[in-house]
Ligand binder design. Structure first.
Ligand code: AIR
Ligand code: ASP
Length: 291
């Protein structure tokens, strides 16, 4: 593919919704947000015009905000409508799901009614391995198979709770309920071999369930998975409420308007430039948190 820099860029990895290219500087990658959508099992695939633009923007905004509260992320800066520069990290093969309200696989697995409010946020770990359909795992699997050590997991869980607290506040403020979401983390080593755990991947309606607080309307990827229709309109509503696109939206004549999207102002990356990293404390925690 010919990239924005006019040269052929090397693809590092291609997923269902994103492509990772080699970066513009050592230690970086470019994350490209595709318009493609696919269900987790890959059974349903579709192109949803505009989804990549909206996810890129929403994720850049949220990652920047998280940096601002001291959660280290891989996000460096937005490059254009569909691309962002990210730090190259060593992927930890876990999907960390945080749930506030029962939905999706939690309901299927345990027979719980969708919409049941959980008394406390719940954290689940999944092994990131598509051929195995990302199975649910516990700490024993994680430590025994060496996917992460107890120090790393302690840090991951702590960060996941902080992200949940922050996002709950953010979304409540714009009339949305944060039902659940998925995070991924990576490792980065510093100058003195100190280890940093970095929030990676994306935070967007592709991996967060978001319901309208008043009507309960689903605005996230479930619109696609459950054939509810108007997928991009749901994503657009979230971006509007976050103040990331004009209230008039990015659609004209019922379809996504690339020209309007291209004219959007840059996301404010100010906070991300002042990032501070915090190394993982390798001293055993005195009373391990209930991971
Ligand atoms: N998720 C899990 N694997 C991939 C993704 N995107 C996200 C879903 C949902 C949460 O994790 O988007 O927000 C829980 O998903 P599920 O399917 O386990 O109920
Ligand atoms: N969500 C990641 C991506 O789309 C991984 C995947 O879905 O394959 O790139």
């Amino acid at each position: 593919m010919t990239g924005i820099f006019g040269a052929r860029r090397k693809v590092i990895f291609e997923g269902k919704a994103k492509i990772i290219y080699e970066g513009t500087e050592p230690g970086t990658f470019i994350q490209y947000f595709k318009d493609d959508a696919a269900t987790d099992d890959g059974a349903k695939k579709e192109m949803i015009a505009g989804k990549g633009v909206l996810n890129n923007r929403i994720s850049a905004h949220i990652m920047t905000k998280l940096e601002g509260i001291g959660v280290p992320t891989h996000f460096l800066r937005s490059l254009n409508m569909r691309e962002q520069l990210i730090r190259q990290v060593e992927v930890i093969p876990l999907e960390i799901v945080v749930r506030n309200i029962a939905a999706g696989s939690l309901c299927e697995r345990f027979g719980i009614k969708e919409g049941t409010i959980l008394p406390n946020p719940m954290i689940e770990f999944y092994y990131k391995k598509e051929d195995l359909k990302n199975p649910l795992v516990n700490e024993n699997h994680i430590f025994t198979f060496g996917w992460a050590d107890p120090f790393e997991l302690e840090e991951i869980v702590g960060q996941a709770y902080r992200v949940n607290d922050y996002l709950n506040g953010l979304f409540t403020g714009i009339g949305l309920k944060l039902v659940d979401f998925k995070l991924e983390f990576g490792r980065l080593w510093g100058e003195y071999d100190e280890l940093y755990i970095i929030l990676a991947d994306e935070i967007s309606p592709d991996n967060c369930r978001l319901w309208d607080a008043k009507t309960g309307e689903k605005l996230d990827k479930d619109r696609f998975s459950q054939n509810l229709g108007d997928v991009v309109e749901g994503y657009q509503e979230i971006a509007k409420r976050l103040g990331l696109i004009p209230q008039t939206g990015l659609m004209s004549d019922g379809s996504f308007d690339e020209k309007l999207a291209a004219g959007l102002a840059e996301i404010d990356n100010e906070l991300a430039r002042e990032r501070k990293l915090r190394a993982v404390n390798k001293t055993p925690p005195k009373s391990p948190r209930g991971v």
